[in-house]
Design a protein around this ligand. Sequence first.
Ligand code: ADP
Length: 588
Amino acid sequence: MAEPKLKKPLSSHRWVLGYLMREKAVFLPSLAALFLTAVLSLAFPWFLKELIGNPADALRNGVDPAQVVEKSNRIVLMLVGVLAVQSIIAFFRVQGFIRSGEAALNHLRRDIFAHLVQLPVRFFQEQRSGALSNRVSADLGIVRDTLLNAVPQAVRHGVILIGGLIFIFVASWKLSLIMLGSVPIVVLAIAFFGRKVRGHSREAQDALAEAGTVIEETTQSIADVKAFGNEHFEARRYDRALATFLQVTARGARHRAAFLAFIIFALFGTIAFVTWFGARMYAQGEIDWRNFAAFILFSIFVGASLGSFPEIISQFQQTAGATDRLREILDTPTERTSGAEDVLLQGSLAFKRVNFHYASRPEAPVLRDVDFQVEPGQRIALVGPSGAGKSTVFSLILGFHHPESGRITFDDVHAAEISLPCLRAQMAIVPQEVILFGGTILENIEYGNPGASREDIARIAEMANAHDFISRLPDGYDTIVGPRGTKLSGGQRQRIAIARAILANPRILLLDEATSALDSESERQVNEALERLMHGRTSLVIAHRLSTVRHADNILVFNHGKIVETGTHEELLARDGTYKLLVETQLM
Ligand code: ADP
């Protein structure tokens, strides 16, 4: 995948914040609670300092030991009280953060999916199957980590850092300046290692997405994988993807580890050095015992907070990358949304000198000057060798792609003037290889017209010659068809697809005839169902059977993207051209 152009991280984070703000009724109180608990956590070192300082002062001033104990008790009680308050707030704050974070993520997930399904078919054809969904879920995972972990951590440690710094400056500005001297070194290290780690993490994400794609491709075509005995081949392919991931991760881990080692040394080294220096100041009477204790305790807190920032920053940087990619999807233009919504098609259709090539292969024209006219109710057969452009004609009719030049018209209206949903609502397609959704038979038929009643569906299944076989299944219409419908035979799947199309009640029917032979009984049933489906509708059939072309009102013979002959079966046979050759060699 090409390196995505980096937008300003701030704009990415503002964008994510926009999603959080949709849940501001929960998010803002949680944020306030987080702020409060972070401030309260500074009470801990403060009370500890009091506890440590108290006997030391008392001893020096010769105070009664009983008084010392009594004061210590008071301090501890207050500390316990603060801790209790902090815990109660934390209990609500954590829930609030998770709830608002997950809800904000759901808005984001919903937006992305809603946008994805609106994108043109071309967008999906240009992606490897699986790569897109893996990418999106990986990116959403990163955003999720940030919302649920990094944001609360950043606020918490930010407050502790700033609050702690104020306390140590009050305790001893001299010691504070010495300690802060080490900060620029740490910041430089963060910048240096952070950049390295971020680069690796993007590479690692890509490698992992690649591995996910292998799983998806393999499981989707598991029958082919097995038929070709390629299980080991696929396992090796997966191994290779994993090995790449490991390599990249290992390289990233070196930088991470080096950074962590450096931080440990710098952080604790600095604290040790400052303590040593403080001890000298104490010996020379430049600092009192209580402030010295305060300084050490707050320094440890500040140090721990400072030490957690590299992780937080790298998480934010990863998020910037992830949101850039998600926003790229959201910024990809959707299908055309213009056009009339309420056009009732009569069923006539024409291609006028249509030229077309796929965007991915501009050098290969797929349709050349394609010109034909279909009257309402007519039955048109498209024939020609494989790769001649027949399916592409269907894609253009469905508005998946658009002609480069020439026009497609419906009832003499330019296709571009009718909205895509309006057009598609009046068409149905029965594909060559019927792939059903994983749900029940009922749901699969209902897909033709969501909301249809059970009775309507049964009636239509009857027309599609599907009712009998469905009724014989143990669960009838509620039978789960298995992934992609694999539990049903080819002929059964076809009849379900036909029922779906009848239920959709289209004006224009696009039928890609199956090439695989069915047994004669199945074939008779499917043909009968198709006859009922085509009756009274404009039908375009990519034909592979002689019986279909014989009954067609007109046959369009395609070759290399051109219509080379048109006419009825008899006319074309008499002509002694491409069609006759196709019929004789049964190459249809
Ligand atoms: P047919 O249906 O007649 O077998 P198609 O319409 O499927 O032919 O294909 C016509 C030509 O377009 C073929 O050369 C095919 O390789 C090419 N083609 C089909 N789909 C795409 C696509 N999504 N991207 C690029 N080329 C494609």
